[in-house]
Design a protein around this ligand. Structure first.
Ligand code: NAD
Ligand code: LMR
Length: 338
């Protein structure tokens, strides 16, 4: 589903190739497993042959979700952990996915979630630093532009930060871009790769439509409408759910797909490349040291950060609008931990 991945698509061949180390390598924890994203994400991870063990934690409801998901007839073991069992949930995990925190209601921005979610994410990251300091951390909780710097700064404080192992999950923007572009030009989403760079909120989401033959077909007002829909797709769902939360099912799909990409990289598969929000040198000289651009995933996590490539003048204008907003969001996250 993501642009420019290797020819081998999903995981079965890789899981056989690397089965000797799989049990050690692929224990995955979901923190926030009882929530709107956490439940379907846990189900999808249970279906991924690269996940050998699943550790489900939440302050409420995770043992029930684990009992339910554990009946699915795939090979992985599933264990649920109650509120006071965070450390046990993290023992021996290789990958930690974090969808814990509150979602938006209509009229809110993602930044309005900061006051609640910043401390949730900081405390979970501190626990990972203590119990599983070598784990890869995939942050879903919003505002991603700030929660990822919070996780990084928390790990840094604990002396265990490795920039190759902290990821903001921006995959839903790629999923939406593929779907919406394919609708606009009448293609199959599977064949409609789009790179989306920047961050994960409104104007910080920068789709690079000009880099594909299909995207180039969309111009003028149609381009503006398509870009707006990709940037504000989250608001579309928040409005439709009318107070009951934000995207959960499409996010679970996007989060499970990103986790699968990471596990394929960790397993030694070459050429696994997808956009993700990481510690990134591309705009660091402007004080923006986290950015989503296409990242090659490998046995240590981030293997190589690719530049964004050639972009159109209109996309440059989007990027110019993204950078100052992103800088503010990143600084806010860092200041919270400092
Ligand atoms: P939700 O309220 O349905 O679920 C959140 C879960 O987190 C709940 O089960 C809650 O008990 C749990 N939780 C709260 N504090 C916790 C803690 N300290 N430890 C463990 N679990 C804790 O919300 P949701 O719809 O699943 O959304 C979760 C987050 O994901 C929100 O911040 C939302 O904005 C974000 N989100 C991000 C993206 C993205 O693209 N990155 C997409 C959709 C939603
Ligand atoms: C999304 O893009 O759907 C998520 O970030 C949730 C939201 O608040 O819009």
């Amino acid at each position: 589903m993501f642009a420019r991945t290797a020819a081998r698509s999903l995981a079965a061949p890789s899981s056989r190739l690397f089965s000797s180390s799989a049990a050690r390598l692929h224990k995955v924890a979901v923190l926030g497993a009882g929530g709107g994203i956490g439940q379907p994400l846990s189900l999808l991870l249970k279906s991924d042959p690269l996940v050998t063990s699943l550790s489900l934690y939440d302050i409420r409801g995770a043992p029930g979700v684990a009992a339910d998901v554990s009946h699915v007839d795939t090979g992985s073991e599933v264990t649920g952990y109650a509120a006071d069992q965070l450390d046990q949930a993290l023992e021996g995990v290789k990958v930690v996915v974090i969808p814990a925190g509150v979602p938006r209601k209509p009229g809110m921005t993602r930044d309005d979630l900061f006051n609640t979610n910043a401390s949730i994410v900081r405390d979970l990251a501190a626990a990972v630093a203590r119990v599983a300091p070598e784990a890869h951390i995939l942050v879903i909780s919003n505002p991603v532009n700030s929660t990822v710097p919070i996780v990084a700064a928390t790990l840094e404080k604990a002396g265990v930060f490795d920039p190759r192992r902290v990821f903001g999950v921006t995959s839903l923007d790629v999923v939406r871009a593929r779907r919406f572009l394919s609708e606009a030009v009448g293609t199959s989403p599977k064949n409609t790769g789009v790179t989306v760079v920047g961050g994960h909120s409104g104007p910080t989401i920068v789709p690079l439509l000009s880099q594909t033959e299909w995207g180039k077909q969309v111009t003028g007002e149609a381009w503006k409408k398509l870009v707006h829909r990709i940037q504000f797709g989250g608001d579309e769902v928040v409005k439709a759910k009318d107070g009951a939360g934000s995207a959960t099912l499409s996010m679970a799909y996007a989060g499970a797909s990103f986790t699968n990409h990471l596990l394929r990289g960790l397993s030694g598969e070459k050429g696994v490349i997808t956009p993700t929000f990481v510690k990134n040198p591309l705009y660091a000289d402007q004080g923006i040291d986290f950015f989503s651009s296409p990242v090659e995933l490998g046995v240590n996590g981030v293997e190589k950060i690719h530049p964004i490539g050639t972009i159109s003048a209109d996309e440059q204008a989007l990027l110019d609008a993204c950078l100052p907003e992103l800088k503010k969001n990143i600084e806010k996250g860092k200041a919270f931990v400092a």
